[in-house]
Design a protein around this ligand. Structure first.
Ligand SMILES: [Cu+2]
Length: 257
């Protein structure tokens, strides 16, 4: 069994892992000190023949010390984690060159909508896949996360991404992968009987391979006559939405945290 953290392929994964280890070590030291103190006192002040119990109020200076030290540690951790939070989760934290992808969770699958060749969501060349998330390596990805029914949680451990999907909200989540490969989205929120099988394949491509994959998807849909076809957008012009796109109603430019 592997007890360490999963492989990190996120650009900001080091910041999260460092925070994780600092908190683990600080709370670990406090845990050991407290437990050793309890055991030591249990042994030292146990009931013995010839020893009488007596009343003591304690020590004011010790109480000030063991209140002030944890309070300072907490404030320090709060200040440290706030900067990491602002970088990853803050308003408008996602880099402006991000590739936008819409992800909608429902019992018990992940529907992913891609912006197509124009890279604008809500236009007629958008297309969707079920339980497959494809994106290029070394480029920030901005996922607009929604839930259609109940709470779900979008979890890709190797990308250090875990975000609740909440019905009625569109939540931005950004990340950037440093490595190509196949990974998995798991749902990390108990969402019903099928929760255990709510998984999706994550494929991280080289940029050219991603472009090729998008091309294949658009061509396949054009050939099969599905509603989101490239021919329709070619007629309308890429930047003109016809309002039929699944996510046409959302303002994907505002950082709606
Ligand atoms: Cu779920």
């Amino acid at each position: 069994m592997n007890w360490s953290l999963p492989e990190n392929i996120a650009t900001y994964g080091g910041k999260i892992d460092a925070l994780f280890w600092v908190i683990t070590i600080v709370t670990g030291i406090a845990f050991v000190l407290v437990e050793v103190g309890i055991i030591w006192f249990c042994v030292k002040y146990r009931r013995r023949e010839g020893h009488r119990a007596y009343y003591t109020h304690g020590s004011k200076s010790l109480e000030v010390l063991w209140t002030a030290v944890p309070a300072l540690a907490l404030v320090a951790l709060g200040v440290y984690s706030a900067s990491v939070w602002a970088y990853i989760k803050g308003r408008d934290a996602a880099p402006s060159e991000s590739l936008h992808i819409a992800v909608s969770a429902k019992q018990f699958e992940w529907n992913v909508t891609y912006a197509g060749a124009d890279e604008v969501l809500g236009t007629s060349d958008d297309f969707s896949t079920r339980n497959q998330l494809h994106f290029p390596v070394n480029r920030p990805i901005l996922v607009w996360l929604e839930a259609e029914d109940v709470l779900h949680s979008f979890f890709i451990p190797q990308l250090r991404v875990k975000q609740d999907a909440v019905p009625g909200m569109t939540i931005p989540v950004w990340f950037e992968a440093t490595k190509t490969g196949d990974y998995q989205i798991g749902c990390a929120e108990l969402c019903g009987l099928g929760h255990y099988r709510m998984r999706a394949r994550v494929t991280i491509h080289e940029p050219a391979a991603y472009e090729a994959w998008v091309g294949e998807q658009i061509a396949a849909r054009a050939a099969s006559g599905e509603p989101t076809v490239v021919a329709a957008s070619a007629d309308l012009g890429n930047d003109v939405g016809d309002g039929t796109g699944q996510h046409a109603g959302h303002d994907h430019s505002a950082g709606g945290m």
